[in-house]
Design a protein around this ligand. Structure first.
Ligand SMILES: Cc1ncc(COP(=O)(O)O)c(C=O)c1O
Length: 375
């Protein structure tokens, strides 16, 4: 398949498409972004950068050294080879793109969670590969058996984990992570663990792939936990042999992440204790609104992490999740995302983002509830 054909086979994200044509008064519970102000250390770093008299250069391809070292420290990497184990990127999306393009060849397979973040399948197709969905456990948790079965389906170049997961909020146990890591090693598949929601949790801090192995790669960013998606700064940490070719792809794509953003991200990471404490406060406030809101749309379980309530569509509407979400949007004036945006296993579910303004969340849930009540 030519690159042009691969590109035309891509479709726009249904998450964003749900906002197109929405009534102007619609409350947006679709996009998964933190709805509180940019934390102060980032604002201060941006202002300092704007006040400097020296030229604003590109900075090194490998990322600002102070950011590389802040990331290495945050992930507790050893001092001597920390820089080799870090790739600074324009958001975790660019880290994923670079890893896919560096390690996946046309015709190969890529394992993606179903339901899962739609970019994984899109990037697999962009690389000319075939996305192969693997099933998650009942609450969206990593099911190591389902994963290893999918790994047997052929020439798997790369496999993606996402925990806590978008859209389900499901987590991954240390045992499950260890099992999939050793299965990928045996199969020669690159394991990429997307942990952008790891800092956004209510109960116990979620596990990381790095808790069980040095192999594979973890990707993350300041977009969710550090409440700074507009900075567009992310990273990958892990096996230097996997990062080296991906770094070249990222350099070819972007030269490097924006320099003021990298300095702001450094300030955020260096103030992690304070910034992440605020993130948890904001999350607790929003989650208690969701859990005490109208019973019909109350989330059944507390997620391992993330902003999302993953709510079953009423039984009598489960055959047409997309049509149901369009009615909630056009008649109820609330934008939510049909589960099918995240794969076939999302049929019968709706993703509601609880990350935004708490007042609008409460109002949106009240507007939604009648659609869940039988007439
Ligand atoms: C699971 C997951 N991974 C990656 C991303 C990309 O985030 P960013 O590029 O802002 O780091 C998102 C964004 O919503 C996401 O939900």
């Amino acid at each position: 398949m030519s690159v042009a054909t691969r590109v035309t086979s891509l479709s726009p994200s249904l998450i964003r498409a749900m906002s197109v044509g929405a009534p102007p008064e619609a409350i947006d519970l679709g996009l998964g972004v933190p709805g509180w102000a940019l934390p102060e250390p980032a604002g201060r770093a941006l202002a300092e950068c704007a006040g400097r008299e020296e030229p604003l250069g590109y900075g090194p391809n490998g990322g600002a050294p102070e950011l590389v070292s802040a990331i290495a420290d945050y992930h507790l990497l050893a001092d001597d080879d920390g820089a080799d184990q870090v790739m600074v990127t324009a958001g975790s999306q660019a880290a994923l793109t670079a890893l896919f393009l560096a390690h996946v060849s046309p015709g190969q397979l890529v394992l993606v969670p179903d339901p899962g973040f739609p970019a994984y399948a899109t990037l697999a197709r962009l690389a000319g590969a075939v996305p192969v969905p693997y099933r998650l456990g009942p609450r969206g948790d990593l099911d190591a058996e389902a994963f290893t079965q999918a790994l047997d389906s052929g020439d798997v170049a790369l496999a993606v984990l996402n925990h806590p997961g978008n859209p389900t909020g499901g987590g991954a146990s240390l045992d499950a992570l260890a099992t999939v890591a050793s299965a990928c090693r045996a199969a020669g598949a690159v394991l990429v663990s997307d942990e952008v929601y790891r800092e956004v949790y209510l109960g116990r801090r979620p596990a990381s792939l790095r808790d069980v192995t040095d192999s594979g790669v973890v990707v993350s960013s300041v977009s969710k936990g550090w409440a700074a998606p507009g900075l567009r700064v992310g990273w990958a940490v892990g096996d230097p042999g996997l990062l080296q070719p991906a770094r070249l792809v990222h350099n070819a794509m972007t030269t490097s992440a924006a320099r003021p953003s990298q300095l702001a991200a450094t300030a955020l990471l260096r103030s992690s204790e304070q910034v992440l404490r605020q993130t948890r406060r904001e999350l607790i406030q929003r989650w208690s609104i969701a859990q005490t809101g109208p019973a019909a749309v109350r989330p059944v379980a507390t997620p391992a992490g993330g902003f999302y309530a993953w709510i079953p569509v009423p039984e009598w509407e489960a055959h047409d999740t997309f049509g149901f979400c369009r009615r909630v949007r056009d008649e109820g004036h609330v934008i939510v995302v049909p589960g099918t945006a995240f794969g076939a296993a999302g049929e019968g579910y709706v993703r509601v983002s609880c990350g935004g303004d708490p007042r609008l969340l409460a109002q949106g849930l009240s507007r939604m509830a009648p659609f869940w009540e039988a007439s």
